[in-house]
Design a protein around this ligand. Structure first.
Ligand SMILES: C[S@@+](CC[C@H](N)C(=O)[O-])C[C@H]1O[C@@H](n2cnc3c(N)ncnc32)[C@H](O)[C@@H]1O
Length: 384
């Protein structure tokens, strides 16, 4: 496919997403019906679609229309690429620009320039103050790829050397002593020996830093109450000489890959349906808006509504209240989100402390995307 044909494909897929089809499904359907598209074409089309999702409002403003065609036109203009070089109408390229399209298009203003829906722009402004604009603006760009060096199997230098021998270049990152930022060869990671033999895991740098901040030691009884795919379970086990860490999730299916991942990482993980007894540390990495990770999942910005936020806030409170009874006296209850919204973060902590006098807050940190990793929040409380 030519670069222009890829843009036309992206425009058609965006129209389907606009019509309500989830982005991943729209991309899969297109790939299935476009056997002529090779892997490079599929990647390029996907990148165009995700770039437009990250900059949904500003590309529409620059392109002069809330359509796939308008948004890819806006995308070109935002990158200072002359649209006439792509909108040629030749082969499978988009048709030439009309006079209106040539003359149309403007810079976005207000929260459209932040590429947020108005209600979220207001939440960012109210909750993040002077950091609101820079946080919103950093969510308009692609995320970096980070690896966590599995210290059960390798140190940083060894992992870097093994990766480099496979064409994957990395550099250490300030957010965590185990974090490597991939500077070249990111697409090869999942097929590399370093990954397949458990030397490294794919994990955001701020997510690693969240685990670094927890008061973990080998021999502690630790429960990951919302383990999901187990990214933090494995990172916690690595900090505890291999574990064991107990893993639980209300949706057991989310943990289906965890036994194989744990084996690869040389970590001990006990998966339980319903945790009982007492633990020295319980981590609640709760379901959230995902607003800190909207660079990776930009569709969330546009599909997420105020009623979803209210429902999540209720669920987060319920989870932390259920989990607290599993913490032994003197133990720790940790709470984390990948959100930048105070309603899911500091407000939840304050509410917990107000309702539970037997707990003392020890640490609290909000990571923002401009720190390099995803936006994350972490706090923990010690049971008096
Ligand atoms: C943010 S994800 C966890 C990500 C995971 N900790 C990681 O680092 O890969 C939140 C998880 O909470 C789970 N969850 C939702 N409701 C829950 C509940 N009431 N109790 C426990 N887990 C729940 C979801 O199934 C989801 O897997």
């Amino acid at each position: 496919m030519t670069p222009a044909a890829r843009l036309q494909a992206a425009a058609e897929i965006i129209d389907r997403i606009e019509g309500g089809i989830p982005a991943e499904k729209a991309l899969t359907n297109w790939a299935r019906n476009s056997r002529y598209a090779g892997s490079k074409d599929r990647r390029a089309v996907r990148d165009h679609v995700f770039d437009c999702l990250r900059m949904w409002r500003s590309t529409a403003a620059l392109g002069g229309a809330e359509t796939g065609r308008g948004r890819v036109l806006g995308l070109l203009r935002s990158a200072d690429i002359d649209p006439d070089t792509m909108f040629t109408g030749q082969g499978h390229a988009p048709g030439p620009l009309s006079d209106d399209e040539q003359a149309g298009g403007r810079d976005a203003d207000g929260y459209a320039a932040w590429d947020l829906p108005d209600w979220l722009g207001q939440r960012f402004s109210d909750g993040l103050g002077e950091k609101a604009e820079s946080t919103a603006m950093s969510l308009r760009h692609r995320a970096e790829v980070y690896l966590r060096v599995n210290t059960l199997k390798a140190d940083l230098a060894t992992a870097q050397a093994e990766l480099s021998a496979e064409g994957i270049l990395t550099e250490a990152h300030a957010l965590s002593p185990t974090a490597l930022r991939v500077t070249e060869g990111a697409r090869q990671v999942a097929r590399s020996q370093a990954y397949l033999t458990g030397l490294v895991e794919l994990q955001d740098a701020a997510s690693q830093s969240v685990v670094d901040m927890l008061p973990l030691q080998a021999g502690m009884r630790v429960l990951d109450y919302c383990a999901g795919g187990g990214g933090k379970t494995l990172a916690m086990a690595a900090r505890m000489d291999g574990g064991p860490v107990t893993a639980h999730d209300a949706n057991v299916g989310r943990m289906s890959d965890l036994p194989a991942r744990a084996e690869r990482a040389a970590a001990k993980v006990d998966i339980v349906d319903s945790p009982t007894g007492q633990f020295d540390l319980v981590l609640c990495d709760v379901p959230c808006s995902g607003s800190g990770a909207w660079r990776r999942s930009p569709e969330g910005k546009w599909r997420f509504g105020p009623e979803d936020l209210e429902a999540l806030i209720g669920l987060q409170s319920e989870i932390i209240n259920n989990a607290k009874s599993l913490v032994s006296p003197g133990g720790f209850l940790a709470y984390a989100t990948c959100s930048v919204l105070p309603a899911e973060n500091t407000h939840q902590s304050a509410r917990f402390l107000q309702a539970n006098s037997g707990w003392e807050q020890q640490v609290e940190r909000q990571f923002l995307p401009e720190d390099g990793g995803d936006g994350f929040y972490v706090t923990f409380f010690k049971r008096k």
